[in-house]
Design a protein around this ligand. Structure first.
Ligand SMILES: [Zn+2]
Length: 430
């Protein structure tokens, strides 16, 4: 819901209120529903009538998982489950209601640690934490009662900026100097359309940690319908509570409501997982969450949604081995580069080595500074700084099985490395 409208409008904007007996004919919603129909049907077709499926690795849909590329996808987005927010840059996406605003106080520290562990394990260099306008989760976090939209928006922003501070402080405590943290805020007009209601026709519960809602928009044939995006790894019970919120929104007056979804075009909750076996406990909790919602909804409104919600269990395709191997090399190489860049004498040696190849040492090294405490993931690629070239060179060395030992890296070796990096960069069109 657009916060600005609420300031002046009189109707309540409780995003999760369940409204029964919805007889509204809403032309905007009807048009959106019709516009999404084809994508909605196509997505459901992937499964046929099956509840479970293994995603075909050759299917374009298998590309919705982030394949980390240093300098390109090295961002972890921590944001809301809201289907209109999933466009915060390619990379890894950790979706929880209000970016985690509903995580209980006692679990907040564990949440911060989870964010950091995820960023470090994925090898990203930027954590982007953002809030958005008109966030239903932020409103819920303020408890019952009427809350002015402005106050809700402020609280959403306050939470993400505090979270960013905590994440930064803990990164520093842990000596992780190469991951930057930024926090941001999306106003309604920066969110995906529509601005005044939720058009999600499903939800993703991501147990892979790699689902990337931006990729579906980049890749041809991947035009998913709008889905809520819920991280299932941090705390599965919390994820299920988020699914409860999503269902209340979708079937309430801020979503498509309870009359449009049906057996032919149901709200589809997809659990993505990596396991060989079906993750039985997660599936059964999801079944329970949905059945609780259906029961409560029927008690409150008299409408039976049993056939209007389906659960699909989708196993991600096995990763390509060759890619996996390369990615491991890339990651180890990046670790080495970070090691060099966090060692002051080596950085000095690097500066001397680079001096031979460029007239503008300071600007090159401001890039290194950006790599170390990156505020912007693009810096790495756009300015192809020294760190990036070094990384490329180390990857090549590792691929040639050359010994790479940075513990005893002499200035002479560094100079040679930089020399090769510069000449390779010259020939590869950097
Ligand atoms: Zn939200």
């Amino acid at each position: 819901m657009n916060g600005k409208e609420n300031e002046t409008g009189k109707q309540g904007d409780d995003q999760i209120r369940v409204v029964g007996h919805e007889h509204e004919s809403n032309p905007k919603k009807d048009a959106s529903w019709a516009q999404i129909a084809e994508r909605h049907d196509r997505f459901l077709k992937v499964f046929g009538n099956n509840r479970e499926a293994v995603l075909d690795g050759s299917s374009p849909m298998s590309q919705v998982f982030s394949e980390h590329t240093v300098g390109v996808n090295d961002i972890l987005v921590v944001g809301c489950i809201d289907e209109r927010c999933g466009h915060q840059g390619a990379g890894y996406h950790l979706g929880l209601g209000g970016a985690g605003i509903l995580v209980p106080k006692a679990q907040q520290q564990a949440y911060v640690t989870y964010i950091i562990d995820t960023a470090v394990n994925k090898g990203v260099n930027t954590i982007r934490i953002y809030a958005h306008q008109g966030c239903g989760a932020a409103r819920l976090s303020m408890g019952a009662g009427d809350h002015a939209s402005g106050a809700v928006d402020k609280r959403a922003q306050w939470f993400t900026s505090e979270l960013a501070k905590k994440v930064k402080a803990e990164l520093t405590n842990k000596g992780v100097l190469d991951v930057g943290v930024v926090d941001g805020y999306l106003s309604s007009d920066e969110m995906l359309t529509p601005q005044d209601f939720h058009n999600a026709v499903g939800a993703i519960v991501d147990l892979t940690g790699d689902f990337d809602p931006t990729r579906k928009k980049e890749k041809e044939g991947l035009d998913f319908p709008p889905f809520f995006n819920v991280n299932g790894i941090f705390d599965y019970d919390h994820a299920m509570a988020n699914i409860g919120v999503a269902l209340n929104i979708a079937f309430g007056d801020h979503g498509f409501g309870s009359t449009r979804f049906n057996a032919d075009r149901p709200f589809v909750i997809t659990l993505f997982h990596n396991e060989e076996e079906t993750p039985a406990e997660s599936v059964s909790k999801l079944d329970q969450t949905v059945s609780d919602f259906v029961t409560t909804h029927q008690e409150n409104t008299g409408t039976d949604l049993k056939d209007s919600i389906v659960i699909k269990i989708l196993k991600r395709p096995t990763k390509n081995n060759e890619k996996e191997e390369r990615s491991t090399v890339e990651r180890s190489a990046l670790k080495l580069v970070k090691q060099v860049l966090s060692d002051a004498p080596k950085v000095e040696a690097l500066k001397r080595a680079v001096q031979k190849y460029t007239l503008d040492v300071d600007s090159e090294f401001s890039d290194i500074g950006s790599v170390i405490s990156s505020q912007n993931t693009q810096v790495f690629t756009q300015h192809h700084g020294v760190g990036y070239m070094l990384w490329g060179e180390i990857v090549s060395m590792m691929e040639r099985n050359e010994d790479v030992n940075f513990e005893n890296l002499s200035e002479e070796k560094l100079t040679n490395l930089i020399s090769r990096a510069y000449s390779n960069a010259g020939t590869s069109g950097f």
